[in-house]
Design a protein around this ligand. Structure first.
Ligand SMILES: [Zn+2]
Length: 279
């Protein structure tokens, strides 16, 4: 975890112009979305704190407006580590109640074998999103909505309605097997439900920002949903036959997908283990 933070210090931050005043910042932990305008910047996820200088540079090149609002898609540190500095620069932080809860206390993630200490007070969201919340800023509607337990128990999406750009947080990893954080309420069945919800709300025109991986749209989302469903069904069948976790991993249920999806710390075997836990 600390190594990832250290790497972010020198990581390149690239800016991708999406549509209207919405851009993405890529390179510091989870993908970041930025909306600019006279009401100040609205940011979705804050990346690693160590990227502060590079993110500040990238933001200053867009326009001089301060960061006024920050939304956390969920509590994981690669999406919230920058909360404290963004808050000290003037951002009010929005997140789901469960995100607020996990940031407020020591939270252990079994899958990472790491316990995160409570975040500093300034990093913890002041505004809580329950099921749905709409912000009206910079002549734009920002619709926040809760997925229910999926990647964690606090995942929310952010949809810039007029520009039709959707940030899915970590309910979508484009071209990567996703991590599922069972320690804080994540579940494979919830991940599938969230993928279905994402597909149901986008059109062919929607630009979709995944938590990790390349920005894309509906066809890639559909492919991801199909991968989740197929692997879930295979692993569930193995489990039903009475196969142990080790036997299920040995059966290589992800084999046909690994060349496309096993591109991060989540290998086919690790993903099988994550799916088995909830199949
Ligand atoms: Zn995450």
């Amino acid at each position: 975890m600390l190594a990832a933070r250290k790497r972010a210090e020198t990581a390149n931050i690239t800016v991708e112009a999406l549509r209207e005043s919405v851009r993405a910042l890529i390179g510091s932990g989870g993908n970041i979305a930025v909306l600019t305008g006279r009401d100040g910047k609205v940011i979705i996820d804050s990346g690693y704190a160590t990227s502060r200088a590079r993110i500040t540079d990238a933001l200053a090149k867009m326009d001089p407006g301060p960061i006024k609002h920050l939304v956390n898609t969920h509590w994981h540190f690669d999406h919230t580590d920058g909360n404290e500095w963004m808050h000290s620069d003037g951002a009010t932080i929005f997140a789901h109640e469960n995100t607020r809860k996990h940031l407020s206390t020591t939270t252990r993630v079994e899958g990472w074998d790491f316990a995160f200490p409570p975040s500093p007070a300034g990093a913890i969201s002041a505004e809580v999103v329950d099921k749905e919340k709409r912000l009206y800023l910079n002549s734009t509607t920002i619709a926040l909505s809760y997925y229910g337990p999926s990647h964690t128990d606090g995942d929310i999406s952010a949809h810039f309605v007029e520009a039709d750009v959707l940030h899915t947080g970590d309910t979508w990893w484009n071209g990567l097997y996703p991590f599922i954080d069972y320690s804080t309420g994540g579940h494979i069945k919830g991940m599938i439900k969230a993928a279905e919800a994402n597909l149901a709300r986008v059109t062919d025109k929607t630009i979709v920002i995944p938590g990790h991986g390349k920005i894309a749209g509906k066809p890639e989302l559909a492919e991801y949903r199909d991968m989740l469903v197929t692997i879930h069904d295979r692993v569930a069948a193995l489990k039903k036959e009475g196969k142990s976790l080790e036997e299920a991993i040995a059966a290589k249920p992800t084999a046909a997908y690994d060349s496309k999806w096993a591109n991060s710390f989540i290998t086919g075997d690790v993903f099988t283990k994550l799916v088995y836990a909830g199949a």
